[in-house]
Structures are given as C-alpha cells and as structure tokens.
Design a binder for this molecule. Structure first.
Ligand SMILES: Cc1cc2nc3c(=O)[nH]c(=O)nc-3n(C[C@H](O)[C@H](O)[C@H](O)COP(=O)(O)OP(=O)(O)OC[C@H]3O[C@@H](n4cnc5c(N)ncnc54)[C@H](O)[C@@H]3O)c2cc1C
Length: 434
C-alpha cells in the first residue's frame, strides 16, 4: 500500500504515526513546503517573546521521525490528479498514492487595505513569519497591531517584550468579546495598559502609509493617523482549500469529510484545520482551528487509511493559553457568540461555543484569579480559569468527562457561593470514593 500525506503539521504527523502503528511495511511519503518541518504553532507566541528558542519548539526528535520510516519530500503539492492517483509536486514531479491525506492547515486572512504589501507589514502563520517579526522588532520604535483574538494579542506581547511601543486596534468595545465576559476582557486590557500598550477601541485600519516602500504609519477610519514602523495583523484564518477545490472534492467551509475523515473520494482523507469534520454526537459538520482536534483527527484519519475503521469523536473544546501574561484555560462552552466580527479570529474558538444550550452562569471574581463556570442542569458546560490554575485539571475532567454534578448544582448557584471551594470539595470527594 502507498500512503501520501500532504503537510507536516500536527494532523499530518499524527496520521503518519497512526499509519505506522498498524502498517509496518507500507510505503509512506510526506510532502510539505514549510522549511522548518514540524514544530508547535501555539509555541510561536513564546518564540516571539524570546521564552522559547527555535529548538524547544520541536515536539518530535529526529530519531522518532527515523523510526517512522517514511520518505520526506520538501516541496509544494501543486495538483491532486485523482484519475491517476497521483500528486504533482512543484509543477513537475509526480508521486503516486493509493490513499491520500490532505492536512494542509489554514492561513491568515490577508489584510485588504491599501499599503498592505509594504515592507514592515506582518502576519503570524508560521515560523518564518515569527522570525521576520522578531528581526524587525526594534526597541523604542512604534508598532500597530490589528485583530481581536489570541494571535493578535500574542503579537502585541511579543513586540512589547522587544521594547516596542504598541498601538492595539480593536473593532469592538472590548477584547475578545465572543469568548470572554466583560470582566475578563477588562482584566486583559488593564494588564496590557500597565505594560504601556495603547488600546484603540471601535477603530479600524483603512490604509497603511509608506515611504520608500516601507511602512511609515497608518490611517484609521476616523481619518486620524498614527506614525509607526511596523504593522502586524491577525484578523482571521481560512482553510487552505485550493488543492481540494481544483481536484473537485466536496467543500463547504472546509473540506467536507465524514466521521472517518474521508472525503467524497473514498481514497482521499482530510484532517486538521483544513477539514470540516462530521461529529456524530452533535450531528453537525464542524470546522475547528485548534491543535488538539487537528491531532486527534490526524490520528483517526491515519487509522482509517490503513483500514482500521475509527470514528473521530470531537471532545469538549479545551485551550490553555496566556492572555497578557495571565495563564488562562478555557474549557467547553463559555461564550455568548454575539460578536460575529470575531468569528474565525479566535484561536481557541470552537463553533460549539456558539451553539451552547441555556446555561446558568455562576461567577466568582477575585481580582486576577478569576473562575467562571457555566452550569447546566446536571453537568458543567464550560469554564474560564484565569491566573491560579489549581482547578483547571479537575474542571477539565469534570467537563470533558461529562460528570454528573447534580449533587453540587444548588450549592454552585447559591448567592455568594464560594464556587472554587465547592468544586475543590467535589473533586476531592470524587477522588476519595472507593
Ligand atoms: C500563532 C498561532 C498560535 C496558535 N495558538 C493556538 C493555541 O493556543 N491553541 C490551539 O489549540 N491552537 C493554536 N493554534 C492553532 C493550531 O496551531 C492549529 O490548529 C494546528 O497547527 C493545525 O494543524 P494542521 O496540521 O491542520 O495544519 P498546520 O499546522 O497549519 O500544517 C499544515 C502543513 O501543510 C503544509 N502545506 C500547506 N499547503 C501545502 C502544499 N500545497 N504542499 C505541501 N505542503 C503544504 C504546511 O507547510 C504545513 O506543514 C495556533 C496557530 C498559530 C498560527
């Protein structure tokens, strides 16, 4: 059997590992264009701040890859020739396959304003972008960052670490309003302001101004201008669909796949950011843009490719991240989803969050250590944990494991409930049960 995998992201690599765990002798070829191979994209935030060097970003060793015994082709797949069961690489070489996985991920939505092509304008899709940003960041100079989700904030923090004066433009009246509540947004904003970041609410960029083909400033929609040396944006992502589109595969918002990650062509699978996967539990087709679903989809796709029928079952969304230096875990359904202009921007955003059932909200705010729980009838639907992470593991287990919390339901919703203590007691009792 000849397997081909396009993309050396987490979905592609997980598929490779799954294939090799079953088929020890089949011929596997992986084709990818990223010059840096496999690395943690979420880790790029820490690369920007200088906390992780390039080396630590690589989750797999050379020895591990060698043990998988596959052929690696560095190049760009330019066409999928379905009738021939072959791929065209860099418009010349042909590679044949019996089973193919498309795991080409997503890319930043480009900034569509005059001046967007000037030198000094950046996005953050991959390691090369991160390197470019670090190289251009200069102490004492000014940057403008555009975008409402985690990636934009990561860029802001990276630039601040490099000593830049940062203007951060937000379209709405607060940060990441489709996931965070008002209090949480303000916690993040206050911390940014304390670091010297200038926040501009209700503002949009209409033009990037340049001198000698380099960024010299920006114009806002109210006509005012800000002088700056660098502009960075993270205004959304979109799946890389061109290859699948040209090959005539069924596409909606992503490549349409069933719960076995199989496209309308039974020899071709898709996984990760590029795939819109059917979830048998909710009976919906979901486009995720998160590391864990990409890994799980890739692994399930690999097993299906070797003939081991495995359904991909989406688990509750889980994202551990850092917002303005504050460790934040977001589990399950937490947002209201009123702010449509942020859809697709938020890393850590999952569509499940926007169709959440009616939920009661219990809140407990202790300055920066904030815990917010979404309490359903018999179970917890979601949680936001900012700062102290003691409860994050128990909450993950309770929410993802769908545990019955009816015994503490009323306690959680009682006026002035000490919800952290209630959860801690519940968890201790559970663990101590014989
Ligand atoms: C800055 C940043 C921060 C993030 N933070 C988080 C986070 O905190 N939490 C979280 O859960 N997720 C986060 N994500 C999202 C997460 O990284 C993605 O969901 C995940 O990497 C998707 O994996 P993938 O394998 O589908 O695609 P990718 O990792 O994008 O890999 C796609 C691969 O395909 C290759 N490729 C594309 N087109 C071709 C072609 N035509 N020919 C050959 N090769 C091709 C690319 O070079 C690449 O190797 C972040 C992403 C970024 C960029």
């Amino acid at each position: 059997m000849r397997y081909a995998v396009i993309g050396i992201g987490v979905a592609g690599v997980s598929a490779l590992e799954a294939i090799r765990s079953v088929d020890k002798t089949g011929d596997i070829v992986m084709i990818a264009e990223d010059p840096n191979g496999y690395y943690s994209r979420p880790g790029l935030a820490y690369y920007l701040t200088g906390e992780l060097d390039g080396g630590t970003l690589y989750p797999r060793t050379k020895e591990h890859f060698e043990s998988l015994n596959f052929r690696y082709v560095k190049g760009r797949v330019t066409r999928i020739l379905r009738a021939e069961h072959a791929l065209e690489v860099d418009q010349k070489t042909k590679i044949s396959y019996d089973r193919l996985l498309i795991a080409v991920g997503s890319m930043a939505v480009p900034l569509d304003v005059p001046g967007a092509k000037l030198e000094g304008v950046f996005k953050l899709d991959h390691m090369e972008d991160a390197k470019r940003i670090v190289k251009s960041a200069k102490r004492g100079k000014t940057a403008v960052v555009v975008g409402g989700g985690i990636t934009a904030l990561e860029i802001v923090e990276g630039l601040v670490t490099h000593g830049m004066k940062v203007h951060y433009l937000l379209r709405g009246d607060r940060y990441w309003s489709n996931v965070l509540d008002e209090h949480e947004s303000r916690v993040v904003e206050d911390r940014l302001q304390a670091e010297g970041v200038k926040l501009h609410f209700h503002s949009g960029l209409t033009e990037i101004l340049g001198k000698n083909n380099r960024v010299s400033g920006i114009r806002l929609k109210d006509g005012s201008t800000i002088k700056c040396d660098l502009v960075a944006y993270a205004i959304g992502i979109r799946p890389r669909l061109k290859l699948a589109q040209e090959a005539g595969l069924t596409i909606e918002r992503g490549i349409f796949v069933n719960e076995h990650l199989q496209t309308n062509d039974p020899e071709i699978y898709a996984a990760g950011d590029v795939a819109q996967a059917y979830d048998p539990l909710t009976e919906r087709s979901i486009l995720d843009s998160l590391w864990t679903p990409a890994r799980e989809q890739g692994y399930a796709a690999g097993l299906n490719m070797v003939g081991k029928r495995t359904a991909y079952l989406k688990s509750a969304p889980f994202n551990a991240t850092r917002l303005a230096g504050l460790t934040t875990t977001i589990i399950g359904a937490v947002g209201g989803g009123q702010d449509d202009d942020l859809v697709g921007i938020a890393r850590g955003d999952s569509e499940t969050w926007r169709v959440m059932p009616d939920a009661l909200v219990a809140q407990s705010g202790f300055d920066i250590n904030r815990l917010r729980l979404m309490v359903g009838e018999n179970r917890l639907i979601g949680a936001v944990i900012m700062g102290d992470q003691t409860l994050s593991m128990p909450l993950q287990k309770i929410i993802v494991g769908n545990l019955n919390i009816s015994s503490i339901h009323d306690k959680l919703l009682a006026p002035d409930a000490k919800i952290a203590d209630v959860i801690a007691d519940f968890w201790t009792n559970l663990k101590n049960k014989p």
